[in-house]
Design a binder for this molecule. Structure first.
Ligand code: FAD
Length: 322
């Protein structure tokens, strides 16, 4: 029955592609639309590792994050998945409202920041999923295409433009939901990161958490290291800032002196979708115009993606079964 239902997924970032995959698994026919090329999406500019940064509310996020953690746990067995598990040092200079995530992970311990030369509010050594974005996303995109979805580059002004051609719209437009869904609660959190050559022997990642526009992150991957970063609320600029690059390199070298050996390979900027709460709900803009919104994931899209996609697929199934 689902096969006869055509669903338009707007967005080919991590949320659009995970939703498409889950909808395809339930037998829906899926067409994906994106105003941007795949490589230009915010999703492709992320690090990324599993942690619910700036994603709310805690109760729903912890459920989606737990589901997603389990998916990555299974994926780590496959060397081509782009997912691995890594030791991560988290030094919280300020109290951290996302520490509840420790209840979800399998391995963590409290450590003394001062012993590592970083006096702080609290510190942890935790084993976390690292998502090597270019590998993981290319594979996910290939998978949804193989499973029957199509992807077209096209910009829409609002969900209503997709009716009556489609039976349902799934809105995964990230920060651009501000216009697409006419939602003034969405705002950009600009993120700049540096990709650099991998210093020999660097295996664990390190994060200094502070409540300001800059944070310090050293995230080694299989062939490079991601250095972060910025989280500038309200800034729509997608241009690289040389000043941000200098600050990132300076802070990362102070935290992990080996970074001084790195060669800068690339600098990336992406706009995270900030929102007081993630919007994941079914809206009926008319009796035949069901829209499932799935946006506003802040700095935690990779952390909640599979849990959110399950809920989207369940909402779609229930809607058509009613
Ligand atoms: C520097 C940086 C580091 C990050 N690190 C992490 C991390 O470590 N862990 C983590 O979990 N998360 C991290 N994030 C956050 C994560 O990347 C985002 O939450 C996630 O990518 C959001 O995915 P999305 O699919 O919602 O949005 P996007 O990737 O922005 O995709 C939106 C899609 O919608 C399309 N679109 C928008 N408007 C329209 C329209 N009107 N018509 C047609 N198409 C449209 C776009 O073209 C695009 O395809 C990071 C983000 C940044 C920027």
């Amino acid at each position: 029955m689902n096969r006869q239902k055509n669903i338009a997924v707007v967005g080919q970032g991590v949320m659009g592609l995970t939703c498409a995959e889950k909808l395809l698994q339930r037998g829906f026919t899926v067409e994906i639309f994106s105003k941007e090329d795949f490589l230009e999406t915010t999703s492709l500019s992320a690090g990324a590792y599993w942690w619910p940064h700036r994603a709310y509310p805690e109760e729903r996020v912890s459920k989606w994050a737990a589901t997603t953690y389990d998916v990555y746990f299974r994926m780590r067995e496959d060397p081509d998945s782009g997912v691995s598990f890594q030791k991560h040092y988290r030094f919280c200079i300020d109290p951290d409202d996302s520490s509840y995530a420790l209840q979800i992970v399998d391995e963590w311990e409290k450590i003394d920041g001062a012993e590592h030369g970083i006096p702080c509010h609290e510190a942890f050594l935790v084993t976390l999923p690292v998502i090597e974005v270019p590998v993981f996303m290319a594979r996910l995109r290939e998978q949804v295409l193989e499973n029957g979805a199509t992807i077209l580059i096209h910009e829409f002004g609002s969900p209503t433009e997709l009716f009556p051609r489609f039976d349902m719209v799934v809105n995964c437009t990230g920060v651009w939901a501000r216009d697409f869904a006419d939602d003034p609660e969405v705002f950009p959190i600009r993120g700049q990161v540096v990709r650099a050559s991998l210093p020999e022997g660097l295996q664990a990642s390190t994060r200094l958490y502070q409540k300001n526009d800059n944070f310090t992150l050293v995230l080694p991957r299989s062939g490079d290291v991601i250095l972060g970063g910025t989280a500038q609320e309200g800034d729509w600029s997608r241009e690289v800032s040389e000043q941000d690059t200098d600050t990132i390199l300076k802070r990362c070298t102070e935290l992990v002196p080996q970074i001084a050996e790195c060669e800068v390979l690339e600098t990336k900027v992406g706009l995270r979708a900030g929102r007081p709460e993630i919007r994941l709900e079914l809206e009926l803009s008319g009796p035949d115009q069901p829209v499932i919104h799935n946006y506003g994931h802040g700095g935690g899209g990779y952390t909640v993606a599979w849990g959110c996609a399950d809920e989207v697929a369940e909402l779609a199934t229930r809607h058509f079964a009613a």
